[in-house]
Design a protein around this ligand. Structure first.
Ligand code: G16
Length: 546
């Protein structure tokens, strides 16, 4: 059999190829520099050292530069031992569908081309993340090694690969290479049907309940159409922005109350659908709303746990649960009531993967609109929507009714995230350093009606492989159930974003019904004062509150 010609290309290292919270994210203008994609891809393959004959999964969220990057990536992959590539039609795969496909097809690795919820288009962002055979994102020690190699390599290897047509499903053979273009939805839809009671959901919809799903012109459009409309029978007008577009139609594909304000408006007043939801660029995030109700992602995973055995795929329960450190402790309260372990991990879905892989947890969630289970190794937006639809269909109460009863039983964790966008990243770093130096003096003080029991910089020791991750966010935990957490975002592409996470656990009926801003504004002001946010950043108020 003939083989493709391989060329060694000399090129100096790019100094900025350090992966962040979820892969490498940069402006399109950075990614489209000569050899940028190839150099990063080479660093990944030099780290992974795949054996000849390896199988690779590739797919992306369809954003601008997706198709070009896939062709460039494939050429480097083939020169580095890959002989079989499974790629989504039109280069599309949602992040959870890619994770599932890696596992299902026993691939040696996967590349997901996405900058997640970041804006797209020529002036927007692009991203590349790579996953291991478990379907989960590469762990920190691997991404550290990729960065180290990226700083030392002097070029890359590429195969002389002709342009591969990704517009039709089917198999193409090219001199020893097999490229299989797959329907991006098919296997994922089968997986969802194995977990949820589709008949029950379809009956609930047929009984007149209404849903609204906003795909934000990103990758979940085809998934929602196939599953919600064609399989479950929701009317087509249940979908908004369902066609994937390279610039997301100018929308910011971030499912939160600010960027999905149109959906929030639809949830208000008489005639609101029974469930409203949005997903992000690559389909791993979810925001869920009910009539006049915003469902905090922290509450969502807690309610899921409280009801998990009512869902067919989870009848046996789960061995344990996990949340990222800044996520509210609503999940912990439910886990304690069930006698289950609840792990606290650093921000970043990859930290859940060891726990999932070891069978220690079966459900996990993050404040950043991420929820999922052991069915794949990424968070999963549409899965969360189906979970809630299944729950509504078997329960009979409305979404706000389920939530009210949950709070009455477990108390409510009022929760907010205040974001400060700081153009000069250096100033944000100085703030965090100053805060860390202040910690010993804060411990045991009583700044506003509550003693600070714990003032520390979160340090994680993975219970499975004993790996350590330091400086994962500053925590101030109060004796009265309040908590303030500070950390810098790891997903931005310019400047820095300081995230301040605020939480207060309340159990009295009068406090449960308080609006969240009323419950948390004093704590947010205290947080700003302690960290001297205005002094360090010049910002006297947050740039956004979620
Ligand atoms: C990524 C990670 C998430 C994490 C989030 C945090 O989300 O996959 O696990 O919670 O980043 O973002 P930040 O560092 O900005 O707070 P995604 O959806 O962007 O891949």
């Amino acid at each position: 059999m003939s083989t493709l010609d391989i060329t060694d290309v000399s090129f100096p290292p790019y100094v900025d190829q350090r992966p962040g919270t979820a892969g490498l994210r940069k402006k399109v203008s950075v990614f489209s520099q000569p050899h940028y994609v190839e150099m990063f891809t080479q660093a990944v393959f030099s780290t992974l050292k795949l054996p000849a004959g390896s199988r690779l999964v590739i797919g992306g969220d369809g954003r601008y530069f997706n198709s070009e990057a896939i062709q460039r990536l494939m050429a480097v992959a083939v020169a580095n031992g890959v002989s079989e590539i499974i790629v989504g039609q039109h280069g599309l795969l949602s992040t959870p569908a890619a994770s599932h496909l890696i596992r299902l097809r026993h691939a040696a690795a996967g590349f997901i081309l996405t900058a997640s919820h970041n804006p797209g288009g020529p002036s927007g962002d692009f991203g590349l993340k790579f996953n291991t055979p478990t379907g989960g994102q590469a762990p920190e020690h691997v991404t550290d090694e990729v960065f180290r190699i990226s700083q030392q390599q002097t070029g890359y290897r590429r195969a002389d690969l002709p342009h591969v047509d990704l517009s039709r499903t089917g198999i193409t053979r090219l001199a020893g290479l097999v490229v299989e273009v797959v329907d991006p939805v098919a296997d994922y839809a089968v997986l969802m049907e194995s977990l949820f009671d589709f008949q029950r959901i379809a009956d609930w919809l047929r009984a007149g309940h209404r849903i609204r799903f906003d795909a934000m012109h990103a990758v979940t459009g085809p998934y929602a159409r196939r599953i919600l409309v064609e399989r479950l029978g929701a009317p087509l007008d249940s979908l908004r922005h369902a066609e994937p577009l390279p610039d997301f139609g100018g929308l910011h594909p971030d499912p939160n109350p600010i960027d999905a304000a149109g959906l929030v408006a639809e949830s208000r007043g008489a005639g609101a659908p029974d469930l409203l939801a949005a997903s992000d660029g690559d389909g791993d995030r979810n925001m869920i709303l009910g009539p006049d109700t915003f469902l905090s992602p922290c509450d969502s995973v807690a309610v899921m746990l409280a009801n998990v055995t009512r869902i067919p795929g989870y009848r046996e329960g789960v061995p344990g649960v996990a949340r990222s450190m800044p996520t509210s402790r609503a999940l912990d309260v439910v886990a304690a009531s069930l006698g289950l372990p609840c792990y606290e991990t650093p921000t970043g879905w990859r930290f859940f993967c060891n726990l999932l892989e070891a069978g220690r947890i079966g459900l996990c969630g993050e404040e950043s609109f991420g929820t999922s289970s052991a069915h794949c190794r990424e968070k999963d937006g549409l899965w969360a929507v189906l979970f809630w639809l299944n729950l509504l269909a078997v329960d009979g109460r409305s979404l706000p009714g389920i939530l009210r009863d949950h709070w009455a039983r477990f108390g409510r964790h009022h929760y907010q995230r205040w974001d400060y966008v700081v153009p000069d990243a250096g100033r944000a770093n100085e703030l965090m350093e100053a805060l860390r130096r202040l910690l010993p003096a804060l411990q045991g003080t009583n700044p506003a009606g509550g003693i600070i029991d714990t003032a520390d910089d979160f340090h994680y020791r993975d219970p499975v492989d004993a790996s350590e991750s330091a400086h994962q966010g500053v925590r101030l935990i109060f004796s009265n159930g309040a908590r303030i957490v500070y950390r810098l975002s790891g997903t931005g592409t310019a400047g820095a974003t300081l995230r301040v996470y605020l939480e207060r656990h309340v159990t009295l009926p009068g406090e449960i019904v308080l609006s969240t801003p009323a419950a948390l504004t004093p704590l947010g002001e205290l947080a700003a004062q302690i960290a001297r946010i205005a002094h360090h950043t010049g910002l006297s108020a947050p740039t956004g509150m979620i």
